[in-house]
Design a protein around this ligand. Structure first.
Ligand SMILES: NC(=O)c1ccc[n+]([C@@H]2O[C@H](COP(=O)([O-])OP(=O)(O)OC[C@H]3O[C@@H](n4cnc5c(N)ncnc54)[C@H](OP(=O)(O)O)[C@@H]3O)[C@@H](O)[C@H]2O)c1
Length: 300
């Protein structure tokens, strides 16, 4: 059993940990900004006192990709300064720091899946702030595990899956971008993978150098946002036609990489992980969303 701190625990990924914790043998502490504001170094130091936290999973982030272009200071405060604070305090408490990062550290010019050693070249404020946060975490704590993920969705929070299910019911046709390719990631799969990583580090009890550093994790396979939308409608039985459009025909404040598929070989071999195919995970998530909707309707 380990004491595990999950920060940003009201977000998509954090909420999945809250759910998984019910059947895990670990002792979890969940915090979000109201209980622990990570931009406050002293608050974190005080929070760690007498808690013997073995692992800290940082799910907190500034994730509004477009807004970040005009709210640079906020993005840096949460994605860089707060990460440095947490990594420093983890280091002085001998806590393994598990930090989540993004495929948006890449510029998208690759034509094959990105490996961890590929050069990061962010093309938007969010991506740059996440990359700078990675650097701070690695510098401040040698026991840092950075997991870059992509296109995260969950039955909790707001995301592409839930938006498509909502707007697809109200529209006969939707335009969706088809010249950005990546891999969707179900937050449950990522949360379960992180618990396996913790298990592996705990049971082996060896400080193997290869356990730490940067890793890539998404579901298996590849899709465009167009493919993703089509599959969401197919699985959820929504009758909405999808038109493929180009990025240039859907202008956004922030630039996005055209290709950000992640190569997962390193995390699979280091930790013995098996990763589900994105369409299978999407089916499980949509089933869960429908289940939650039924429960809510039952409560009303
Ligand atoms: N979503 C994606 O598509 C995606 C893709 C690739 C990587 N990622 C990464 O995956 C991780 C998890 O993402 P997610 O989608 O689960 O994020 P999320 O739903 O946006 O949750 C982030 C949580 O962090 C909290 N937070 C913000 N500032 C904080 C602070 N100063 N102190 C403590 N907590 C704070 C947020 O609270 P408020 O809501 O009150 O601000 C929110 O509850 C992030 O590192 C993200 O960068 C996400």
């Amino acid at each position: 059993m380990a004491n595990i701190l999950v920060t940003g625990s009201n977000g998509q990924l954090g909420s999945e940990f809250q759910k998984l914790s019910e059947k895990s043998g670990h002792e979890f502490i969940f915090t979000d900004i109201d209980e622990l504001d990570l931009t406050d170094h002293h608050e974190i130091e005080r929070f760690f006192e007498n808690k013997d936290i073995s692992f800290c999973i940082n799910c907190a982030a500034y994730t509004a990709v477009d807004k970040a272009e005009s709210e640079i200071e906020n993005a840096i405060a949460v994605n860089v300064s707060a990460v440095r604070n947490l990594a420093e305090v983890c280091n002085s408490n001998h806590t393994v720091f598990i930090h989540i990062s993004t495929d948006f550290v890449f510029d998208g010019s690759n034509c094959q899946p990105y490996v961890e050693s590929d050069k990061a070249r962010p093309i938007n404020v969010y991506g740059q702030s996440k990359y700078d946060g990675e650097q701070q975490a690695l510098k401040e704590n040698t026991k840092t595990i950075i997991i870059r993920t992509s296109w995260l969705y969950s039955s909790f929070g707001n995301n592409f899956v839930k938006t498509m299910m909502k707007v697809g019911k109200k529209n006969d046709t939707l335009n969706v971008i088809f010249d950005q390719a990546g891999t969707p990631t179900y937050a449950v799969d990522l949360a379960e993978a992180i618990l396996i990583i913790i298990e592996e580090i705990q049971t082996k009890r060896i400080d193997k150098e290869e356990y730490f550093g940067i890793f890539h994790f998404s579901n298996e396979g590849i899709a465009s946002w167009y493919d993703f939308a089509i599959e969401i409608f197919r699985i959820s039985g929504i009758n909405c036609m999808v038109n493929p459009i180009l990025t240039k025909d859907y202008p956004t404040p922030s630039k996005r990489p055209h290709f950000s598929v992640l190569d997962k070989s390193k995390i699979k071999t280091t930790y013995g992980l098996a990763i589900p195919y994105w369409k299978d995970s999407l089916s499980r998530c949509i089933k869960e969303i429908k289940h939650q909707t039924k429960d809510q309707q039952g409560e009303e």
